[in-house]
Each structure stands twice: as structure tokens, then as C-alpha cells.
Design a protein around this ligand. Structure first.
Ligand code: HEC
Length: 162
């Protein structure tokens, strides 16, 4: 008698298992909710709302590119940044090519002026530090004007699509 009861119990359990499964016999998995949540939390996806952390809270870029600022920015970039950044490829740090299409102007300037705090607290910069295997972006102690000039230079990199 006990054996029959056990057998019945097993049959019921098997039936329940199969009725939850799809027709092809696979058991339905819970929806991959985490994936969409992860996407929402991806700091890179939310770049347009991220101005970074540092002295620059708001700047407006005029539509026209200021060529004398570009020249000044290029000069500073070439002497202070090319040890770690190359235009045409990822080096110790990322290539700045097209950066203005993936970061806000304020974020870029704050990254240049305040990299230590950025890589500790800002979600995008934290991620970049991981991608750079922990080598930190150096603070080159630039003035705000120099950082602004580099930003102007970076705007031309996007246009030229090198
Ligand atoms: C010692 C190497 C080094 C130097 C010098 C350096 N950087 Fe970086 N930079 C990095 C690394 C590495 C990262 C990625 C973040 C990290 O690991 O801290 C980075 C990230 C950046 C980013 C963010 C890139 C992105 O895709 O969002 C910008 C902008 C930047 N650097 C600009 C500059 C500028 C401008 C200079 C010169 C004034 C400069 N860097 C000098 C190493 C350097």
C-alpha cells in the first residue's frame, strides 16, 4: 500500500513538472529580468545625464568650432596626453576619437581636471578604470581653460572621423 502511494506521489510530481514545461519538454525558465535591469544600470547607457564630478557643472558649446582654441588644445594634448592616449586606437587610456558622442562636455572636462575623484566615484570613470586594468588617468594639473581648449580639439576629432 505504501509503495502504491509513493508511486502515485511520484507520478503526480512528474505530471506537475511536465505541465509547467513547454511542449518540447524544456522547463520554462524565469524571465531574464536581470538582463534588462543590468542594461538600465549600465553607466555607459546613461551618459547623456552624466556631467561627472568636478569644477565644471555646466557649459554650452557654440555651434561653430573655435579654430584658435582647437590649435591651443591640440598643442596641450600633444604634450601632456599622448603618453597614454592615441587618436587612432586604444592605448593606456581610450582613444578620444568621437568622445563627444559618448560623453557630455562637462564630463570630459571633469575627467581631465579631476580624474582621481572621477575614477573613485563616477560610474563611467570607474568602469573605464576597470577596462584600463587599473591604470589610472593622470591628473596633469591643467587649468580650466586648457581643458576647455582640449575639449574643442576633441570636437574636431569627431568631425574628421579619423
Ligand atoms: C598616465 C596615463 C595618462 C595620461 C598622461 C592621460 N590620461 Fe587620460 N586616461 C588614462 C586612462 C588609463 C584612462 C581610463 C580611465 C582610468 O583608467 O583612469 C583615461 C581616460 C581619459 C578620458 C575618458 C575617456 C573616455 O573614453 O571616456 C579622457 C577624456 C582623458 N583620459 C583625457 C586625457 C587628457 C586630455 C590628457 C592630457 C591632459 C590625459 N587624458 C592624460 C590615462 C592617461
Amino acid at each position: 500500500m505504501k509503495n502504491i502511494q509513493t508511486l502515485l506521489l511520484i507520478m503526480v510530481a512528474v505530471f506537475i513538472l511536465f505541465s509547467c514545461g513547454k511542449k518540447d519538454g524544456t522547463v520554462e525558465m524565469p524571465k531574464p529580468k536581470k538582463l534588462s535591469e543590468a542594461k538600465k544600470q549600465d553607466p555607459m547607457e546613461n551618459w547623456q545625464n552624466n556631467k561627472g564630478i568636478g569644477p565644471v557643472s555646466s557649459i554650452t558649446l557654440p555651434a561653430e568650432i573655435d579654430q584658435s582654441m582647437v590649435a591651443a588644445g591640440k598643442e596641450v594634448y600633444e604634450s601632456m596626453c599622448t603618453a597614454c592616449h592615441k587618436i587612432d586606437k586604444k592605448f593606456i587610456g581610450p582613444s578620444p576619437k568621437g568622445i563627444i558622442t559618448r560623453r557630455t562636455p562637462e564630463w570630459i572636462m571633469n575627467m581631465i581636471l579631476n580624474p582621481e575623484e572621477m575614477t573613485q566615484k563616477d560610474p563611467i570613470a570607474k568602469q573605464l578604470l576597470i577596462e584600463a586594468n587599473g591604470s589610472p588617468m593622470a591628473n596633469q594639473n591643467l587649468t580650466e581653460d586648457q581643458a576647455r581648449a582640449i575639449l574643442e580639439y576633441f570636437r574636431t576629432l569627431d568631425q574628421e572621423k579619423i
